[in-house]
Design a binder for this molecule. Structure first.
Ligand SMILES: Cc1ncc(COP(=O)(O)O)c(C=O)c1O
Length: 404
């Protein structure tokens, strides 16, 4: 069939040709059905049930009223926008108006492509620090724009080199997309780096779309700055946040975009067409989550412990280089001494029966690395068993390569 547009022409979902992506087709499902473990989905405590009690209660109570058979407003229920506005206002020290600065989206994946739509025309160029969340590249492609990778380096702790951005900016450049904190590296961009980035963005009259899905858990007291708070950036930044990562509520599909009124007017105008409305029952649960001040601190303690456990087990594998994670639920390992990252992923799958991610999926700079979702499984012991299986497999691989 030759009717597909140029954006979709070479996109594949695993139905006609096998694809290696973990998130399409039944490959992952079949692997798990056959006893394998999936540590490739960035989903806290997956596959164990983990709805906080207050959230469960609010969701059930909402369902018992019968009201969730109906739509919320397409931009999201007012009470939820109010809670979010309170939460964001406190974080960024700016008054966020729930009816002028916030739109709720059914997850930030949907929110993310929506956030790009008012800006990107065919052949616009978008600068994207690499490695990063794969959707940064794919969403540009889906909208007919051109993703331009900008390498970031482990020796800089993956901070952005502005000279690398300058080398790639052209008169077609419209936007920078930032995953902050970064997925897969867990890097938190530091204040001085973000100030330099914002000066670059203002100098070249660009838009910043900042995906902060992982902002809720930052370790080691590292300061987290939302770039929209930097001088001159509120006018040109769209920020996307999610209840999926920090609150472990990925199945609730609640995320939100906040930005200035000029941009938000576009999202309000096109909201029903692009993202429909968020789930009404989930909205009730999300309100309860935001009101329950115990959830984030409790999860922080568990995630901080988990990233240390993961580091202690994985960093001692011969041939593996890694840092302790700076944020969230992931571990990022340099396995280049053990072979190509796709071979290492395959080796782990075959010898440890665990699915992890090939770093190459996150961009050119991800090659030679693997990502492991080390906050999988609710109990530390269940995670430790899998991490030790990975360690045993990679130690064997290192031995085969002559690395002891
Ligand atoms: C950086 C980043 N942004 C956004 C998402 C999408 O999350 P959700 O659609 O559940 O909000 C993910 C999911 O893995 C992610 O890693």
């Amino acid at each position: 069939m030759s009717k597909f547009n140029k954006q979709f022409k070479d996109i594949q979902g695993g139905l006609s040709t096998e694809v290696t992506k973990a998130d399409v087709g039944e490959g992952t499902g079949n692997f798990v059905k056959n006893g394998g473990d999936n540590m490739a989905w960035a989903d806290m405590f997956f596959p164990d049930p983990s709805i906080p009690e207050s959230v469960k209660k609010a969701t059930i109570e909402a369902i018992e009223t019968g009201f969730p058979s109906h739509y919320t407003m397409p931009i999201g229920q007012l009470e939820l926008r109010e809670e979010i506005a309170k939460h964001v206002s406190k974080k960024i020290n700016r008054d966020i108006d729930p009816s002028r600065n916030v739109v709720i989206t059914p997850g930030s994946d949907a929110g993310f492509i929506f956030s790009l739509m008012p800006f990107l025309d065919n052949d616009d160029e978008v600068l994207i620090p690499d490695p990063c969340y794969p959707s940064n590249y794919m969403n540009c492609k889906l909208l007919g724009a051109k993703a331009i990778s900008v390498p970031t380096y482990p020796e800089d702790n993956y901070q952005i080199r502005i000279e690398e951005m300058e080398k790639r900016v052209t008169d077609k450049t419209k936007m920078v997309i930032l995953t902050h904190p970064n997925n897969p590296t867990t890097t938190v961009y530091r204040k001085d780096n973000l100030i330099a980035l914002s000066e670059f963005i203002i100098k070249h009259d660009l838009i910043l779309v900042c995906d902060q899905a992982f902002e809720d858990h930052i370790f080691d007291g590292i300061e987290f700055i939302s770039p929209c708070t930097l001088p001159g950036m509120w006018e040109r930044t769209v920020t996307i946040c999610s209840m999926s990562k920090g609150y472990g509520l990925s199945g609730y599909r609640i995320a939100y975009i906040y930005t200035n009124e000029e941009f938000m007017d576009k999202y309000y105008g096109a909201c029903v067409n692009v993202v429909g409305a968020p789930c009404t029952a989930s909205s009730a649960g999300a309100i309860a989550a935001l009101q329950d001040e115990t959830i984030l601190p409790e999860y922080y303690t568990r995630l901080e412990r988990r990233r240390t456990i993961a580091y202690d087990i994985l960093s001692t594998i011969p041939g593996v280089k890694m840092n302790k994670s700076e944020s969230g639920i992931l571990s990022w390992l340099d396995v280049s001494a053990l072979g190509n990252s796709d071979e290492v992923v395959q080796y782990i799958k075959e010898h440890a029966n665990v699915l992890v991610n090939d770093g190459a999926a996150y961009g050119e700079m991800g090659k030679g690395h693997i990502r492991i979702v080390t906050a999988c499984f609710a109990k530390d012991e269940d995670c430790i068993v899998r991490l030790n299986r990975i360690k045993k497999a990679l130690t064997q691989l290192a031995y085969e390569k002559g690395i002891h």
